[in-house]
Ligand binder design. Sequence first.
Ligand code: TEU
Length: 568
Amino acid sequence: MSPWWKSAVVYQIYPRSFADSDGDGIGDLGGILHRLDHLAALGVDVIWLSPVYRSPQADNGYDISDYRDIDPLFGTLADIDTLIAEVHALGMKLVMDLVVNHTSAEHPWFTESRSSPDNPKRDWYIWRDARDGVEPNNWGSFFSGPAWTWDPGTEQFYLHLFDRTQPDLNWHNPEVRKAVQDIMVWWLDRGVDGFRMDVINFISKADGLPDARPVPLQRHVIAFDGFADGPRVHDYLAELTRTVFGGRDGEYLTVGEMPGVTTEQARLYTDPARGEVDMVFQFEHMAIDQSPTDKFEDRGLDLVALKATMHRWQAALADTGWNSLYWSNHDQPRVVSRFGDDDPAYWAASAKALATVLHGMRGTPFIYQGEELGMTNHPFRYPQDYRDLEAVNYYDDVLARGGDTAQALIGLARMSRDNARTPIQWDAGEHAGFSTGEPWLPVNPNHRWLNAEVQTATTDSVFAHYRALIRLRHELPILAEGDFTPLFPDDPQIWAYTRATAEHRLLVIANCGRDTRTVDIGAEWEGAQLLLGNLPGTPAASASLELPAWDARIYSIACHAAAGRRPA
Ligand code: TEU
């Protein structure tokens, strides 16, 4: 029997920006509890909660100082118990974010580790001597500068792939692995239904921590070849699954967030026979409009390339393994502004068209909070508008090396993670119904017309379209199981593919642009039933379709011939 998560839809909550119950301008568990009806109405199966553990919040909770407590910003352990119970009562599941490639520098493990070279926890992190008076290798941090920070007290460098406040754990040490297992079991005992595992393909670093291939004009290099999919990562994940779930892993969901993962590696990670993770969250399609050496340098969207990468992943995991499908998360700009068209004339149709092509694919769809409303990028303008440490460090870095700050601001406005983190737009009122206090990041001014209250009361809203797509996934096994075949791969504006089982065929087709297009889909689709369209008055299929701007459709035909061939 197929695992339950193959026909499930996951919804990601970024708690800081979802809903605030106590008026401090920061979202919290009480706020989530209060808004669970929104998720029940949408029809999602699983909630993935971004980190709510105790944390200094340098990276908004991705820097954890106590894995067994809730940050007072968000509430208490009693609140999470209530949330787990309420989510279950509504028939949904709750998956926690597990951030264990690194801890916060304020975690007691690290305080001990840095206290002296012979502290028993010294080896829980990655410490090295200086090389010729500088960092031990040329690795750079994802958040600008070197991936090493000097500790004057013990006169060694420690490794941090992310911020200096996020030291990397040494997974080579069995005590570290045991400590992580214990944390996971502790949360399963509390009733959670699985984990989204942050940068989990980074936990095994290359032996000897070799220099990365140099990049011209860059002193520090993001060294994917040095830490992604390293030598022991598969062993560590298999060990984790074995020890934590003890054969009951089918009941739970594990999602490995894996930047830089290749399709070949993803097949290994998600091969059920190997018992590592259920699905990977990969990033190839998120890099399509970015320069390889600077994510804020916009290359523009090449739709043919975007389709090609998504289709390659569909093919690569067709027989073994499983894809997760997503357009956005808390680290990416809003998809309707990025790959769609947020001009008011095209905004709704393009949000629905993008949703349609994603949710028609094989894999488990993830919806990031606000995406179901078609929330857009924020009109950020000035350096001081940003809260995210990645954006702040990037700007400071450009400034320090005398770079083009005007260009940097254009890049940040398009790509900054803060675009995804503005408060959810619940209604047209003050602070968009997110909080009674001043929100930690400003509300998008378009909440006057773009908000949940309007959309849940409207039958042709972006929200209603997402709800319809989720319902289709629950009702039609073909969406989970059917084969995937791309059509018109070289067309720069039409995104189309078929899904097929022996009994049933679907055609998913979208015009990803403003110009009307006529597309010849062939006589076999003549008269096919329209399952879902995003514009009013969409007809049944004909051999040739006329698709206005951002028109998206799903057509269905039952294959009687195939059914007739079945043995009696
Ligand atoms: O992100 C991992 C990651 O590599 C990226 O998505 C990253 O945030 C981006 O490329 C930076 O340019 C995860 C979390 O999702 C992210 O929020 C955390 O900041 C990061 O790990 C560290 O825990």
